[in-house]
Design a protein around this ligand. Sequence first.
Ligand SMILES: CC(C)(COP(=O)(O)OP(=O)(O)OC[C@H]1O[C@@H](n2cnc3c(N)ncnc32)[C@H](O)[C@@H]1OP(=O)(O)O)[C@@H](O)C(=O)NCCC(=O)NCCS
Length: 161
Amino acid sequence: MAITTAKRPADLYECRKDEFLVSTDRSRLDLNLIHHFLTDCYWARGIPKKTVARSIEHSLCFGMYNADKQAGFARIISDYATYAYLGDVFVLEPYRGQGLGKWMMQCIMAHPRLQGLRRWSLLTRDAHRLYAHFGFTPLKAPERYMEIHDPTVYSPIAVQE
Ligand SMILES: CC(C)(COP(=O)(O)OP(=O)(O)OC[C@H]1O[C@@H](n2cnc3c(N)ncnc32)[C@H](O)[C@@H]1OP(=O)(O)O)[C@@H](O)C(=O)NCCC(=O)NCCS
């Protein structure tokens, strides 16, 4: 299964720190690795590979790499004018606890197409502190939020979230 490459190289955004790279180059992404992580995680359990590929194709994706090996991932869904949704954030276990998640978040928040937005949002079960470093807070007015959420979409058995 192929992942579409960013059409214009000028769109590419990269940050480097020591031997690590954060890049929006979709052609670098390891779809098998991303799918393997997501299909086993609490928020997307059972997600099919073709759904992950479609989500990548239509998102601004940030891959984190140690040399050429993928070490982390996150993606943004946005209109690049008013709103951004941050999702599917992960750092692979061997790389955790070294500040790389925070650094990847810094790179994401500094992306030139994601400046001046009215709202960012995300969902998390237990990583609130990571996002609090970047200004995320619990919902100020949860009564204003509505959603359609189908936790059985990838499986007939409800997943634990
Ligand atoms: C959450 C995750 C991306 C953090 O990556 P990391 O590289 O280990 O993070 P860092 O070393 O940069 O530090 C993360 C900061 O967030 C905090 N934190 C809060 N919740 C956390 C959590 N569930 N896991 C790890 N760190 C967490 C850490 O304490 C640290 O803050 P501090 O510096 O003030 O102590 C990583 O643990 C991961 O991939 N977890 C599994 C997938 C996941 O839960 N993703 C988030 C979905 S919303």
